[in-house]
Design a protein around this ligand. Structure first.
Ligand code: COA
Length: 141
């Protein structure tokens, strides 16, 4: 599964949706989809930790709004939907990582996440170069 984060097209979102939905267990892996006028324009995943001592913890993955739908509050609504999905599953700690020094960092802070720090060379970009990863968490009450 791959996602070109800087130019997320609707067809790419649909491709990820179809690749993901096959193996989902609703208790531990949630795929959230945002629609506008019957088309998928946003997506996010909530993945509960597998460790038996961490069932209260989940990773937020693959938050994305289609390029033509950004800047209108859809991403913020998606983050609230993630909170709601977590609470209904007794998940109280969320965490995520994103490329450091990108606009996504401000987006997550606006959504109530706290930045933990930056891990160097955390993940590969599509061109193969390595990018630093910024780590965030959010506690739900
Ligand atoms: C990051 C992303 C999900 C934001 O979605 P969005 O629908 O455009 O975000 P919203 O319109 O809901 O913005 C909510 C708040 O986040 C912040 N924000 C959003 N985009 C921002 C940007 N480019 N720069 C700085 N702050 C930003 C703002 O505080 C904004 O509130 P405001 O509009 O009242 O100022 C979207 O831009 C995206 O899909 N980007 C590419 C993929 C990506 O980077 N995903 C996250 C990393 S895995």
């Amino acid at each position: 599964m791959a996602l070109g984060m800087l130019a997320t097209s609707q067809s790419k979102l649909e491709e990820i949706y179809r690749a993901t939905i096959g193996g989902l267990d609703d208790r531990d892996h949630v795929l959230l989809v945002g629609e506008r006028d019957g088309e998928i324009v946003a997506m996010a995943q909530l993945v509960r930790a597998r460790a038996t001592n961490a069932t209260h913890r989940a990773e937020v993955r693959r938050v994305a709004v289609a390029a033509g739908a950004r800047g209108g509050g859809i991403g913020a609504r998606m983050m609230r939907a993630i909170d709601d999905a977590a609470r209904t599953r007794t998940i109280t700690l969320l965490w995520l990582t994103t490329h450091a020094r990108t606009a996504a960092c401000a987006f997550y802070e606006e959504a109530g996440y706290t930045r933990l720090g930056v891990m160097p060379s955390y993940s590969a970009r599509p061109d193969g170069s390595l990018a630093d990863g910024a780590f965030f968490y959010r506690e739900l009450s």
